[in-house]
Write a protein that binds this ligand. Structure first.
Ligand code: EPU
Length: 433
């Protein structure tokens, strides 16, 4: 989809609220990637619907092909993954390094075939991003872990992985998902404590349950997984990807800053509760239904500062922190922003400062945002997916033109972004630099 020379060129609205229309939320990146990763657990084939057309999905499909599975698509936004005839258990180095979700593929491969080797995964650079909890969980499930030549080689005991008790010292999204998959085909029962509650993880657990693994406690921090003792799973129905709550949140925040009347549709507003609560505190006018948010009547409001602290679900999502910081640059007063999930996810605020935002770093995980800034269009490089969308939003409200480079990072998680925002009246184009 994106070429390394492509940029987004955004003509800013200079604070005017003119965007109008509706924008539909796509399927969730962080849900669909995990179902693709779970594919090796399944016998025959697995159908996945509401798949977004994003770079990380393309990389996951390439990864599946390299592992011996096949992927086809007969309908738009639908993928069918077929079981490997000759599975390959050595994850390709380059591809695995390109995105963090590659680590999740290890759980299903190990559970189904008893062996997997992989390099340290890549992904957005948000700090150290260690994998210690993955490795120690595999060991608790009876596997041996060898780290040599920049590769991890994991081998299950004879007869397959064994049920175990696993406590996560920090709640981890991909860690919970990987153990869920590994434990699904294990012998005996696995208990996970301090599991995350993110809707994408709940959707995965429900699908595994519906496919033959008895899982208790879904949607709670304690999951009890009764493994199938190496019996592959059978998908009884298609997996329908849940709406992307982070994409929806990004669009609602853009609307709060630049809309005359915009409705974000096809979302699940329960998943947006924390973001909407913060926007309400800021004074944003909106109405909701079960699956839409309409933002309107904000021409005369003055946004108010709020304290923002990221948290695991159902708290404020770290992935919506950067769009929200852009909103806070427009609020009256000072807002303290505290990033509690990642150790280095505020660096992008330096670029917002070049646009005229007043943001003071307090320490690596806290910044103070002074509102009322008049942003100016700038040349920006997107350091990661969520900072990238924040720059698009900042560009949309700034005065003048912004040129945002490195948009591969944005295409990783937002499909056809420019077309969808153009439909709301934003002047944004994809151009070759
Ligand atoms: N951590 C460890 N050791 C581990 C695993 C994680 O110390 O073995 C730490 C991390 O460094 C972090 C904390 O635990 O400080 C929590 O990280 P988590 O494991 O939950 O993050 P993740 O699974 O790597 C997923 C999403 C991220 C999202 C976070 C938090 C995927 C592919 N990625 O990452 O999404 O920010 O959960 O919700 O699901 C994005 O979409 O832009 C994105 C970065």
């Amino acid at each position: 989809m994106s070429n390394s020379n492509e940029v987004f060129v955004v003509q800013g609205l200079a604070g005017a609220r003119t965007l109008q229309g509706s924008i539909a939320t796509s399927g969730a990146k962080n849900a669909v990637l995990k179902i693709l990763a779970a594919a090796p657990l399944f016998k025959d084939s697995l159908t996945i619907e509401n798949v977004p057309h994003i770079e990380d999905v393309d990389r996951s499909c390439e990864l599946l092909l390299e592992l011996g599975l096949t992927v086809d698509s007969k309908k738009k936004n639908t993928l069918i993954v077929h079981e490997a005839k000759k599975p390959i258990l050595d994850m390709p180095h380059e591809l695995s390094k390109r995105f963090r979700a590659s680590i999740v593929f290890t759980g299903a491969l190990l559970a189904r075939y008893g062996k997997v080797s992989f390099p340290h995964p890549g992904g957005c650079v948000l700090g150290g991003r260690p994998i210690d909890m993955f490795l120690s969980s595999f060991e608790k499930l009876g596997a041996t872990v060898i780290h040599k030549n920049e590769k991890y080689e994991i081998t299950a005991p004879k007869g397959g992985l064994r049920g175990a008790h696993i406590h996560f010292r920090i709640p981890t999204v991909t860690g919970t998902e990987t153990v869920l998959m590994a434990a699904s085909l294990a012998r005996g029962t696995t208990t996970i404590t301090n599991a995350v509650l993110e809707p994408e993880v709940v959707a995965l657990a429900e699908f595994l349950h519906d496919s033959g693994v008895k899982i208790e406690g879904i949607g709670t921090p304690t999951l009890v997984i009764h493994g199938t003792a190496q019996k592959a799973l059978i998908a009884k129905k298609a997996y329908v990807t849940i709406p992307d709550r982070i994409e929806a949140a990004s669009f609602v925040i853009l609307a709060a800053l630049a809309a005359k009347d915009v409705t974000v549709t096809h979302c699940n507003t329960i998943h947006l509760e924390s973001v909407l609560e913060h926007l309400k505190m800021m004074g944003v006018n909106f109405t909701t239904t079960k699956n839409s948010v309409r933002v309107f009547g904000n021409e005369k409001i003055v946004l108010q500062a709020v304290t923002l602290k990221t948290h695991e679900y159902p708290g404020f999502p770290t992935d919506a922190q950067s769009p929200m910081v852009v909103a806070l640059t427009q609020a009256r007063g000072e807002s303290l922003v505290w990033e509690t999930i990642f150790e280095d996810r505020l660096r992008y605020t330096e670029s917002l400062q070049t646009m005229g935002a007043s943001i003071t770093p307090m320490n690596p995980v806290q910044v103070l945002v002074r509102g009322g800034a008049k942003l100016r269009g700038k040349l920006l490089e997107s350091p990661d997916l969520r900072a990238g969308i924040a720059f698009v939003i900042a560009g949309a409200i700034a005065k003048g033109e912004s040129v945002i480079g490195n948009i591969y990072n944005i295409d990783r998680g937002y499909e056809y972004l420019e077309k969808r925002l153009q439909a709301l009246g934003l002047r944004i184009t994809r151009e070759m630099r």
